[in-house]
Design a protein around this ligand. Structure first.
Ligand SMILES: [Fe+2]
Length: 337
């Protein structure tokens, strides 16, 4: 595997790791899976100087888990007669204009390519083209959000940063009684304009990060690696269920304040760095200059790593009715590719 070196990412309290010295040209499947098992314990992984290109990247990520794009999956499931054929959907009067617009945008940014590896870039042909992005997680208001994201740089990366916020150290810094209070809490999610992109541009896809208004999702959940933490995405969280509004605002602000120090902004050092991060209990953001920047995004579940670890599919929730709701929604989401 070359001379692999691991080091802790500052501020993430052991939940983030830098990986250097991997020779991807000679890396075996077993060595890659071993790195995957390490990622299950370290939800933020920054692999520097990979020398990887898009195709090789996609092949590697598929070893850890399957592609996931919940929006496309939902649309395909709604119109089963189209058999996942975009042309059939575009030509049908049954499909709404809004859905067609999203489909068009999705194709423009790479959704129709193998594995739906999306372009994230600044030339108007990608997702989130311009500017900085605030703390968020993807598909965050969907009870069956995709749990993993991988970003491979292509070019123009080094003037920008991808930031990470881990929630587990904060959770375990609280008293046992406070933790059990949080364990019972359920957050209510809604799409909120301008909560991710500070320049005010909203992709249609982004508007579908919370497809159902007032979606209820427990605050404390577990990652695919079984790590307990908070699913508290700032982009779609509106309030705590069954709490008076002032109390809800006060408590959520207190948690935000507590989470603040468990963050790290990784300023891209090389155009071919690979960032792989959990999307269940970790939030991310973007800083810096994104003009002439291109990276490839692969969203995935952790299917194969989960099976290796637990012999069971991923279940983020620790209580009913959310466990059952998740299983139910997954029946739709799994049908995508
Ligand atoms: Fe994102």
């Amino acid at each position: 595997m070359g001379r692999k070196r691991l080091s802790d990412i500052p501020n993430l309290e052991g939940y983030g790791v830098f990986v250097d010295g991997i020779d991807f040209q000679h890396l075996t499947r077993e060595e890659w899976k071993e790195l995957g098992m390490l990622h299950m314990k370290k939800p933020v992984m920054v692999i520097r100087n990979t020398g990887l290109k898009r195709q090789h990247f996609h092949k590697l990520m598929k070893i850890w888990g399957r592609d996931r794009q919940n929006y496309a999956a939902t649309l395909f499931a709604k119109y089963p007669w189209a058999n996942k054929d975009r042309h059939k959907l575009m030509d049908s009067p049954e499909v709404t204009d809004h859905e067609k617009a999203i489909l068009k945008e999705y194709d423009k940014i790479g959704g129709n390519t193998s594995g739906a590896v999306l372009r994230v870039c600044g030339d108007g042909t990608g997702l989130f083209a311009h500017g900085e992005l605030l703390w968020h997680s993807n598909e965050s208001g969907d009870i069956a959000f995709t749990p993993g994201v991988a970003l491979l740089g292509d070019h123009g990366m080094t003037e920008s940063a991808t930031g990470f916020m881990v929630t587990t150290p904060y959770y375990y810094s609280l008293s046992e009684s406070m933790r059990s209070e949080l364990d019972e809490m359920v957050l209510v999610h809604n799409f909120q304009d301008g909560k991710i992109n500070v320049e005010g541009e909203n992709n249609l896809l982004y508007k579908n990060m919370c497809p159902e208004p007032d979606t209820e999702i427990p605050l404390v959940i577990q990652s695919p690696g079984g790590i307990k933490g908070l699913h508290f995405p700032y982009n779609t969280t509106t309030r705590i269920k069954d709490y008076p509004i002032e109390e809800s605002v006060r408590l959520l602000n207190e948690i935000r304040w507590g989470l603040d120090k468990y963050t790290y902004d990784y300023w891209w050092e090389n155009d071919d760095d690979l960032l792989i991060f959990d999307n269940s209990i970790v939030q991310h953001r973007r800083l810096g200059d994104t003009s002439n920047r291109l990276c490839h995004r692969y969203q995935f579940d952790y299917t194969y790593l989960c099976y290796t670890l637990t012999r069971k599919p991923y279940q983020p929730y620790l209580q009913e009715p959310y466990i059952s709701r998740y299983i139910d929604r997954m029946k739709t989401v799994k049908l995508t590719f």
